[in-house]
Structures are given as structure tokens and as C-alpha cells.
Design a protein around this ligand. Sequence first.
Ligand code: THU
Length: 172
Amino acid sequence: MVRVGLRFIIIIPSTCGKFLVFTIRLPDLKLRFKIEIQSINFMSLFQQALQVRECAHAPYSKFKVGAAIRSTSGKFFLGCNVENVAYPEGTCAEAGAIAAMVAGGETCIEEICIVADSPVPVSPCGGCRQKIAEFSQPDTPVLLSGLNGEIIRKTIGELLPDSFSKSHLPKE
Ligand code: THU
């Protein structure tokens, strides 16, 4: 059977740089139709990291950090640093973004951007490099930026060479 369908796509801008995309499909020229609503984010990875940085809870260091991940499926996952009065209990922005990605059912980073207000573009701490490496390839881009959007592009392999990896674990 040849399936003939008509598809109309309507794109409506919404807040926060998102667009609502309505797909109206008339399958087999019958009057049944289906509306699919997707939320597509056209903000850059940098803009998203910059925006989520505003949510950081950093009353002790006053150093707010934002991190945005684009996963290999194209979805975005965001995180900010969350400090605690018991200082070692604080978490980094990268850890928050990775936790959001894993909770969202994804485990592969396509690229990650980290933004903070530092004189030179912020560089992830050692622990976060290891966390990023867990969900990356050596050539996965890590974009480091200050607030002005000037981005330094590294790979996780450059930031964490000779990293501890699965290859070091004994074979089962
Ligand atoms: N911080 C991050 O969020 N990511 C890093 O890679 C470096 C440091 C946070 C942790 C702490 O809340 C603040 O920055 C100051 O160290």
C-alpha cells in the first residue's frame, strides 16, 4: 500500500530562545491528524552555560560556574555549582550537568561548555576532567569561556592525557 500523507510544520518563537514546532500530519489523506509538539533550542551552548550560571549557589566562594552539555543525540543538559556550608559537600557545575544528562537517560557527550567570570577562560578542576572523560572520547571538545563569550577550545584528551580508564581495570 502506498502511504500518502501531508505534513505541515508551524514554528512559533517562545521565551528563552526556544521555538515550539508543531507538526500537523494528515495521514493517508483522511481527516485524522496528529499534532507533535517539540521544543527546539536554538541557543548556543555558550549562551545556555551563561544562563544556567545565574542559578549557581555560590555564597561562599562567590564564584559562579555554568556548564552546558550537548549530548550525541542533540539534547542539552545544564548544571551550575551548588556550594554547601559544609564546604566539601559542594558540587561543581560540570558534575551537575553530567548528573542531568545521566538522569535524562543519556551517557555520551558531544561537546561541553563551561563558563565562569574569570580573567582567563575557566578550566575544569581535575575531578571534573575525570567525570567528563567518563562520558567522552579523547577528541570530545571542551569549550572554556569567560563571560564575554571568548571561547578557548580544548579536547578532553588534551585536558586529561593518560587518564585512568576502563583499560586499566582487570578483565572480567
Ligand atoms: N567550580 C566548578 O563548578 N567547576 C570547576 O571546574 C572549578 C570550580 C566551582 C566549585 C566552587 O563552587 C567554586 O567553583 C570555587 O571553587
